[in-house]
Design a protein around this ligand. Structure first.
Ligand SMILES: *Cc1c(COP(=O)(O)O)cnc(C)c1O
Length: 424
């Protein structure tokens, strides 16, 4: 497929991943890791030089890291919620993982703290000081001045991308997505994009999405889960190789991650989706409203003003269950509703039953609206509507009713912000 790079958001583009020979993918990946290691050494030496370190220290910096070792990357702003120091919670346990003679592991950190974020700077200090410990300095490296250049080397060269935010705080975690098309595997808390992206066969999840009230306890549990994963899953998979062959189970995981996640978590896909769902309809709407010297916009503005004036008189007056009780899946739940519209006309509203499965606290979950139809006017601004709620699943279901303004030319469903819900 010659135009594959122009169609990254399409699943078929990535299906060819499986036909890449393991040896070739692995050789390319190892070359990227080597480039990252060489880059990190150079940056580290430069950092020391700029700080006026001794010639011996600068020279030693050129010998850190190992081009063949399992390489974990952690790079981001050092906002405290990102918990860069989670992997440092138990240094003895970390040491045992990193310093294995046959199966060495190394972590490359990069990041910046906001100058006014004192706690963030404390985390950064803790990371830097761990990286300076004599026994760890070959396997833990901190690169200063995290920027696009550093990020590029990292996302291309790491084997594992680590993300350990405090759950609920990570909006997205885009750096994890950048690793995917480069063949890196994600090891992350189920937060941000990883809640959607995680597949057991294409990466690792720390925990199962638990929430904690006690932060210190959370850090202890989650760092321990992280070491468990490294010891029993990540490291054995990476070093599981026959003689001098490539790690086939690891490569299979790389391929699955690339094939399944790249088409979904890409800017290309996102932009297409925004364009199709929002930008293009919005542009069409603008054309419609602005045509004829803004005639459409004037008309809509007058309509909205009239609706607003009359809206106080709109209410759901009464609801009749045609026959209360239980229903079988596939049947419908018929109802009739009397709605008071006052000066607002039936053509300007939609009357809807809003329904869905009930939670334990009797709230409607994943609700959907179904339109009711005007049966007849009852006089005095009152109208009778009828309809049927489809019963599509078993268990407790709930419904309520709403009246909202409706106009064929309106650009959004709720463009007036007005809704009259049933209060019984
Ligand atoms: C990707 C990237 C980020 C954002 O990463 P998050 O995981 O979303 O925090 C920040 N800085 C640089 C240089 C990046 O490349």
């Amino acid at each position: 497929m010659s135009d594959w790079s122009r169609r990254p958001g399409v699943a078929e583009t990535w299906e060819g991943i499986d036909t890449i020979p393991d040896e070739e993918l692995w050789a390319t990946h190892e070359r990227r890791r080597e480039r990252l290691v060489v880059f990190a050494r150079r940056r580290l030496a430069r950092q020391l030089e700029q700080r006026g370190a001794s010639a011996r220290d600068i020279d030693r910096a050129r010998g850190v890291l190992n081009t063949r070792a399992l390489t974990i990357g952690f790079a981001r702003r050092f906002a405290t919620y990102k918990r860069a120091d989670l992997i440092l919670q138990d240094l003895e346990r970390l040491k045992a993982v990193l310093l294995s003679a046959e199966r060495p592991v190394q972590v490359i950190f990069a990041g910046k703290a906001h100058p006014k974020d004192r706690e963030g700077k404390d985390v950064l200090k803790a990371v830097v000081s761990a990286c300076q410990r004599e026994e760890l300095r070959r396997n833990l490296v901190f690169i200063e001045d995290y920027d696009l250049v550093v990020a590029r080397y990292l996302v291309q060269g790491v084997d594992v991308w680590l993300n350990t935010p405090r759950r609920g705080m990570e909006a997205s975690g885009t750096s994890g997505m950048k690793v995917v098309p480069n063949g890196g595997l994600n090891l992350s808390i189920l937060d941000g994009w990883w809640c959607e992206g995680y597949r057991p066969e294409a990466g690792w999840a720390i925990g199962k999405g638990e929430d904690y009230a006690d932060h210190a306890y959370q850090d202890a549990v989650e760092s321990s889960a992280l070491y468990d994963l490294l010891e029993s899953d990540v490291v054995p998979l990476f070093y599981g190789r026959a003689a001098d062959g490539p790690p086939r189970a690891w490569i299979a995981r790389m391929k699955r991650s690339m094939r399944l996640l790249t088409p979904v978590f890409s800017t290309n896909r996102m932009l297409w989706e925004y364009a199709e769902r929002y930008y293009v309809p919005a542009a069409r709407c603008y054309e419609r409203l602005s045509a004829g010297g803004m005639a459409g916009a004037r008309h809509m503005a007058a309509w909205k003003a009239a609706i607003r004036r009359g809206w106080a008189g709109v209410q759901v007056e009464s609801v009749e269950d045609a026959s209360p009780g239980s229903r079988r899946v596939g049947e419908g739940y018929d109802l009739a509703v009397v709605v008071r519209l006052g000066s607002v006309e039936p053509k300007d509203v939609a009357v809807e039953a809003f329904h869905g499965p009930l939670s334990a606290t009797r709230e409607i979950q994943r609700g959907r609206a179904v339109a009711l139809l005007l049966e007849r006017p009852l006089g005095d601004g009152r109208h009778r509507y009828v309809g049927s709620i489809p019963c599509q699943r078993s268990g407790m279901q709930g419904f309520t009713l709403r009246v909202r303004p409706s106009h064929a030319e309106a650009c959004e469903l709720m463009s007036t912000g007005l809704v009259a819900w049933w209060r019984d």
